[in-house]
Ligand binder design. Structure first.
Ligand SMILES: NC(=O)c1ccc[n+]([C@@H]2O[C@H](COP(=O)([O-])OP(=O)(O)OC[C@H]3O[C@@H](n4cnc5c(N)ncnc54)[C@H](OP(=O)(O)O)[C@@H]3O)[C@@H](O)[C@H]2O)c1
Length: 336
């Protein structure tokens, strides 16, 4: 699912081009058009059709590798590529919490990229691994970052309604998900809680100090194709009104917008004012699927405020996130 998004997003990319592909033994030795069960609405890009899928080993691979490998194999494979000198920009969860691996959202913590220096020193690699967060964490943390900066975060409670494409291909069996809500996604709640602390933490002296707030996540799978919706409640450390939160989101701009990176959304956070938005059906493609769409902002009688955030799980939560990471790295001289 994520690999196809990469192929699609790279089709007209001004800086990067898909030249080399690798997958499992099931696919190696076949043309991409034969190996891949293309599931996106836009047709498979012509340039990708005839690319031969290779074994997942360094050697003839280019400098920059986007990894969306199954997490059962990503851990070792990504280390092998980095050791061989490749820059691995990964979606997989395996290395996200390694203390010397940057876990990045370019709008939130671009400075954490500097952890790569520590990584190379510790591991003696010429290459590197840089990661993006889990698809549920990204929409949550993009919406939290402006609140953390303006008012300080104290408590966060999030309940997700996650799309089926988040489970990879072929995903969740129809008989399990149709007409149903599944209140369990293995490891997901732990990932959201851990990753939020690292992303909103502070980098000093080669390590990230975790963000100073508590977060509790409930993760659910729902019968939606693409787009994770999250119901969020927060307590803040300083006084704010509803209008202050909306203003903080509306004026939020960061490094990717300053640098005008090709995949950067103009508005990283889009605030919808209609009483029944955001909705997956209308809002998931906002800003090319790269924005966090926030709405239904109101007072919460348990914590202080509550709202909904929506983001595209295979674009902003995966392939688009990795592309934006690589664009930031190129702009900051990490690919020279
Ligand atoms: N889907 C999302 O929304 C999302 C969001 C964020 C992060 N992620 C993460 O991104 C990764 C990919 O997710 P996905 O949804 O794209 O999964 P997927 O559709 O199941 O794709 C997994 C890919 O891994 C390859 N693979 C499996 N075993 C391999 C092996 N032994 N050697 C080399 N390649 C192997 C598969 O190759 P074949 O094609 O040959 O089978 C396939 O291309 C996962 O780690 C996932 O946790 C996914």
């Amino acid at each position: 699912m994520v690999g196809q998004r990469f192929i699609s997003l790279l089709e007209h990319h001004p800086w990067f081009e898909a030249r080399w592909l690798a997958a499992s033994d099931r696919s190696a030795g076949k043309k991409y058009s034969e190996a891949c069960n293309w599931r996106l609405r836009a047709p498979m890009p012509a340039a990708a059709r005839d690319l031969m899928v290779q074994e997942c080993k360094p050697g003839k691979a280019p400098q920059l590798i986007f990894s969306s490998l199954d997490s059962r194999v990503a851990g070792e494979a990504e280390k092998t590529f980095a050791k061989a000198g490749h820059v691995v920009v990964s979606n997989s969860s395996n290395h996200r919490m390694d203390p010397d691996v940057p876990l990045l959202i370019p709008e939130v913590n671009p400075d954490h990229l500097a952890l790569v220096g520590e990584q190379r020193k510790q591991r003696g690699w010429k290459g590197m691994i840089v990661t993006n967060p889990n698809c549920t964490t990204v929409g949550l943390v993009m919406s939290l970052a402006p609140l953390e900066r303006a008012f300080g975060l104290e408590k966060v409670l999030v309940t997700s309604m996650q799309a089926i494409s988040g489970a990879g291909y072929p995903g969740v069996p129809t008989l399990d998900i149709m007409g149903n809500v599944i209140p369990f996604i293995s490891g997901e709640e732990e990932k959201v809680e851990r990753e939020a602390h690292k992303l909103l933490g502070t980098l000093a002296e080669g390590r990230v100090t975790q963000g100073n707030f508590v977060v509790s996540a409930h993760c659910n799978r729902v019968f939606v194709e693409d787009g994770h919706t999250e119901a969020v409640s927060v307590s803040l450390r300083s006084n704010a009104d509803l209008e202050d939160l909306i203003e903080a989101w509306r004026k939020f701009r960061a490094r990717p917008q300053e640098l005008r990176l090709p995949s950067a959304p103009k508005h990283p956070i889009l605030v919808r004012e209609e009483r029944d938005r955001p909705q997956v059906k209308f809002d998931v493609e906002s800003e090319g699927g790269m924005a966090a769409v926030v709405g239904r902002v109101r007072r919460c009688p348990v914590l202080q405020f509550k709202y909904i955030t929506l983001s595209h799980n295979t674009v902003r939560g995966a392939a688009g996130a990795a592309l934006l990471n690589a664009e930031l790295m190129k702009s900051e001289g990490y690919l020279d």
